[in-house]
Design a protein around this ligand. Structure first.
Ligand SMILES: [Zn+2]
Ligand SMILES: [Zn+2]
Length: 389
């Protein structure tokens, strides 16, 4: 009975911790309170704790026995700049910020696993518990890598986990290959010569060039990229002229958007083809094109060996409720900066039914505390199997 009481007490502790984090969301690189809590709990277990990588990043290191293998487990800590609309006892206390992606849950799961593994010590090797800042588009993983994450904490494999609405809380999805798309931005400025709207022949109209560019943009995905390779190119911003000056042809038009791919080759192709199209259209109209492609996040592509190890752990925890045919997401995750340097696997943990706003980045989203038990068990099992004594 004592064992069951311990398990229940630990679960209560983790639920309270998760709700406290939920009530105090912090944006990327501002996770002062969260990283302080993480560091305190890690220190309490007796493990070595390193702070400051990527600003607010925290790494806890637990070595047991003399096993030579070392693995990294990653949780993200940041919230989003958006209001929380749902009423709940632990609703965000910070206006305009909320944990709408469940990173409060990810932080809790990894802390729970760190506490458990530091107690049970049923493995031989080294685990780095990596708590990263700023996953939501602010570049936290990249900063940690640039700050020397893998020089200070070399890893033979690295693992990431994200909650997923639509899967049960005792269900996981573990799939080899592409999991999340690359997420890059691009900008085109067509620079013409502004003139009177009634005298277009005296200038060079960039707006018409912009129209041709937009009309041709989808031929990149439709006609150039291999039809069996997923890719997305979207123009998301168009700015030119002034609606209060309808007799003025402006000097330039700015068009910008996003590009997504699941392989490095298609990513390169999108970068090249958008630029080619921009320059070709500019040449056609005798104007200039300025083109920038901003590489933000590479695709997350699961390594076969790391995926097999993660799958074995997930099956040990969830039995036959592990999906191996789950579709990839067109979202991105900067876990890619970890898994492009070290063999990695990124897995999905169920968050319950995807109903009534229960979708990532919705103002009513909430991590499901019912998944804490499954998530912690997955991490601890992965370590015990990966670093078997
Ligand atoms: Zn998110
Ligand atoms: Zn997320």
């Amino acid at each position: 009975m004592a064992v069951n009481e311990d398990v229940r007490a630990e679960l209560d502790f983790l639920v309270a911790l998760r709700r406290d984090l939920h009530a105090h969301p912090e944006l990327g690189f501002e996770e002062e309170r969260t990283s302080q809590i993480v560091a305190e709990h890690l220190t309490e277990t007796g493990m070595k704790v390193h702070r400051g990588l990527g600003g607010t990043g925290v790494v806890g290191t637990l070595t047991v026995g003399n096993g030579p293998r070392t693995i990294g487990l990653r949780a993200d800590m940041d919230a989003l700049a958006m209001p929380e609309t749902a009423d709940r006892p632990y609703k965000s206390t910070v206006p305009g910020k909320m944990h709408a992606c469940g990173h409060d849950g990810h932080t809790t799961l990894l802390l729970g696993a760190a506490r458990e593994l530091a107690r049970t010590r049923n493995f031989s090797g080294t685990v780095h518990f990596i708590f990263q800042p700023a996953e939501e588009g602010r570049g936290g993983a990249k900063r940690m890598v640039e700050d020397g994450l893998f020089e200070l904490f070399p890893c033979d494999a690295v693992y990431g986990l994200h909650n997923m609405p639509g899967l049960d809380t005792d269900e996981m999805a573990v799939v080899a290959g592409p999991q999340l798309a690359s997420s890059d931005s691009w900008q085109v400025r067509f620079r013409g010569v502004g003139t009177h709207g009634a005298k277009p022949h005296l200038g060079k109209d960039p707006v018409t060039a912009g129209g041709h560019f937009l009309a041709s943009l989808q031929t990149i995905v439709g006609r150039v990229v291999d039809p069996l390779q997923p890719a997305v190119v979207s123009a998301c911003s168009v700015q030119a002229g002034d609606p209060k000056a309808l007799n003025v042809i402006p000097d330039f038009i700015d068009i910008a958007g996003t590009a997504r791919a699941y392989t490095l080759r298609v990513r390169d192709q999108l970068e090249e083809e958008i630029g080619r199209l921009a320059n070709g259209v500019a040449a056609m109209f005798g104007i200039e094109a300025e083109y920038r492609f901003i590489r933000r996040i590479p695709p997350v592509v699961n390594d076969a060996d790391a995926t097999a190890r993660a799958l074995a752990a997930a099956q040990a925890v969830c039995g036959d409720k592990v999906r191996t045919d789950f579709p990839p997401s067109t979202a991105g995750d900067d876990f890619a900066f970890f898994s492009q340097d070290v063999p990695g696997a990124y897995v999905w943990l169920g968050n319950g039914p995807a109903v009534d706003g229960a979708l990532h980045h919705n103002t009513a989203y909430d991590f499901n505390d019912g998944a804490i038990g499954t998530g912690v068990k997955f991490w601890t099992t992965l370590v015990e199997q990966e670093l078997a004594a």
